[in-house]
Design a binder for this molecule. Structure first.
Ligand code: ZN
Ligand code: ZN
Length: 668
């Protein structure tokens, strides 16, 4: 299996500042969307459909309580101390599918069931093994039953009328427990037989069921099987999880029928209902935080055009280059463009791929030679190219040689996203030396790619990626994996998307390129919603904030009213999840509010403006939790955040990743 992509917390934070060109003014203006204050709230209905769980098996009140599931969430931007200014309010709705519906669903599962037995070791180097059940002294055979994940999702999607429709604004979460509905599931005795220390041991049979998929690398044709999932969803606004499935080695989460007995819970008692409610609630919490109301990794920013500049750089040996594949065969420009365009349908998305040999850039070749170390990563056994040295060479916050490749702009008309993709020789991988417990393996030592605040870095290698099919564990001669999957993943981070599994591992089983396990090539509906909601939130927050600090005059009253009308239009589309449709109104609102603000300034003398703004700040500080973004007049192009204590401009401190007041000598 390929080593997973790991995203180290980026040291450099992209400030959430976008230049905002005004229709009415020559000079560009900066907006700071998404401040510390809470600007917007959004309501989402989370409809939970139980399959094989009846109302008397749990306590609905306790399940819906704040103790069990989150009533709200402050959306965070993980790469820094900011939040987006959005608070999600959740409204939980419980639906219990009746017995005949559950039977119908179980019948469908049985009709697509694929049994496959495994033992503790694979029968051939490329044979299947269930990595959860590999103890040869207690396992005779694992009887695995597989259901095609995409088929299950589409069955649920096309039978939605059985469960009532999807919420107008929200998501549907299916929670199944099928162990008493003829679906072969692990039971407690099997689990005990498998895990209990024994001498001598008698090997026993276990049976378990899973959801599976098979994917093919779009560049180099490697076929990858993904057998051991316990949930699936993401092509629409639904997610399915089966609490009786598994256990999967990927999550280590026990099926509910095993977990309850292991904890000694009598499920027929009053406490049993509460325990089951809590157990289910923790899964719901994971889906809500990971999928339905995810955080942003970097700030989501509106632009008319997103310009993805990819530099694919061949660092392989001459022999490897002649062995192939050709560099141009390792990446699919069209597929990257289409996927990124699906995130921002309101914008133009251009992908430019520039191919080069590392020797075309002698100074880059020199730094690559330095960074290509003899350090062997203890987990993967692979030698590392020191990613920090390469980043240090490129980034404008250090040596700054990225300017030899591209001049990055980040305005509301264009956002450039630069990416450097390296084809390494041998089985080299990007890595960074770490101090933590040098003696023990650390999975964070290597990465296939990383999305830093100002660029994407990806490194794949001839042996471990492009020709990995020749390895006996794949036994697919001439096949391999190219850059496309990783590029879409890392560019998704650069657009603001986060991993779907940071609150609970189950949601790594989601049809999104942003996960690790599934190797999907596309973004999920949750990803698309997250980006589009984010763009509207950014523009509407700006508009509302600008209006709140703008005096109405005879010159700008038209713009103020235009802004308010567009805000209302945008909100009504937003509230029915037509996020794509709302963007044009959010943009019009932001532009009109900006114009109104500028006209207000020109009509009044600077001294008066300062006085007015002072009053507004005083009033707003109470509202915005002691923080207000202040726009300095007559100096378009500079954004100040002011200290809530002394009102002096704050300085961004990248080392502390916080705003710092030099006057008060403390971070805010
Ligand atoms: Zn990632
Ligand atoms: Zn201060």
């Amino acid at each position: 299996m390929r080593s997973s992509l790991v995203l180290p917390i980026a040291l450099i934070v992209l400030l959430s500042v976008v230049q905002f060109p005004s229709v009415y003014s020559q000079s560009p203006r900066l907006i700071n969307e998404q401040g510390f204050g809470l600007n917007r709230s959004a309501s989402l209905t989370i409809k939970i459909v139980f399959l094989g769980i009846s109302p008397d098996e749990l306590n609905s009140t306790y399940l819906k309580s704040n103790i069990t599931v989150p009533p709200l969430k402050y959306q965070a931007i993980l790469a820094g101390p900011l939040n987006t200014g959005v608070v999600f309010n959740f409204n939980y709705q419980l639906v219990f599918a009746d017995n005949s519906t559950v039977n119908k669903f179980a019948q469908y599962l049985l009709s697509i069931q694929k049994p496959e037995n495994t033992t503790s070791t694979p029968g051939s180097p490329s044979g299947l093994v269930n990595p959860y059940f590999t103890n040869s002294s207690t396992l005779s055979v694992a009887q695995n039953y597989f259901y095609n994940a995409d088929k299950v999702e589409s069955w649920l999607g096309s039978n939605m009328t059985l469960f009532g429709e999807n919420p107008v604004s929200g998501y549907t979460l299916f929670v199944a427990d099928l162990h008493s509905h003829r679906i072969p599931s692990l039971n407690y005795t099997e689990y005990q037989n498998y895990v209990t220390p024994c001498r001598p041991c008698t090997p026993h049979v276990v049976q378990a069921h899973y959801y599976n998929r098979t994917v093919t690398d779009p560049d180099l044709g490697l076929v990858m099987t993904r057998h051991f999932m316990t949930g699936w969803g993401g092509s629409g606004r639904l997610y399915y999880m089966d609490l009786s499935a598994g256990p999967s080695y990927w999550t280590n989460e026990l099926p509910v029928q095993v977990a309850s007995q292991l904890r000694g819970i009598d499920m027929s008692t009053y406490y049993g209902q509460l325990w089951r409610s809590k157990f289910i609630g923790s899964y719901i919490t994971g889906a809500v935080n990971n999928l339905f109301a995810p955080d942003q990794l970097y700030p989501v920013n509106y632009a008319q055009n997103y310009n993805l500049q990819l530099f694919v750089i061949d660092n392989r040996t001459t022999a490897e280059k002649s062995q192939g594949p050709k560099l141009t065969a390792t990446i699919n420009e069209t597929m990257i463009q289409e996927n990124l365009a699906s995130l921002v349908p309101f914008a133009g998305v251009a992908v430019h791929i520039n191919y080069a040999n590392v020797t075309d850039y002698p100074r880059l070749a020199a730094i690559m030679a330095n960074a290509t170390t003899r350090i062997i990563d203890p987990v993967s056994g692979r030698p590392i190219v020191d990613g920090d040295l390469v980043y240090n060479w490129f980034t404008t916050s250090a040596l700054g040689h990225i300017t030899n490749f591209i001049n990055v702009t980040r305005t509301t008309s264009t956002i450039d996203v630069p990416a450097f993709l390296f084809a390494f020789k041998g089985n080299y991988t990007f890595g960074v030396p770490v101090k933590e417990d040098i003696g023990s393996p650390n999975i964070y030592g290597t990465f296939g790619g990383e999305a830093l605040g100002d660029m994407v870095l990806i490194g794949l290698s001839q042996q471990a990626d492009f020709t990995i099919g020749n390895n006996s564990t794949y036994s697919q001669s001439g096949k391999g994996a190219g850059f496309t999957h990783d590029a879409i993943h890392e560019l998704g981070h650069a657009m603001g998307l986060n991993h779907p599994f940071i609150y609970d591992l189950t949601e790594d089983f989601t049809d999104t390129v942003m996960g690790y396990y599934a190797y999907s090539l596309n973004y999920s509906q949750f990803d698309r919603d997250s980006i589009l909601r984010g763009v509207n939130d950014e523009l509407l927050s700006f508009a509302i904030q600008a209006l709140s600090t703008t005096q109405s005059t005879i010159f700008n009253s038209g713009d103020i009213s235009t802004a308010n009308q567009n805000i209302a239009q945008a909100e009504s589309l937003y509230n029915t999840m037509d996020y794509a449709g709302a963007v044009q109104y959010s943009l019009a609102a932001a532009e009109a509010a900006n114009a109104a603000q500028q006209l207000a300034n020109s009509a009044i003398s600077p001294a008066v403006v300062f006085g007015l703004v002072g009053v507004v700040i005083g009033a707003a500080i109470g509202i915005l939790l002691g923080y207000l973004i202040f726009r300095r007049r007559k100096s378009a192009g500079i954004q100040y955040n002011r200290c809530p204590t002394c009102q002096k401009p704050l300085r961004w401190d990248p080392a502390q990743m916080r705003w710092y007041c030099d006057t008060c000598q403390k971070p805010v």
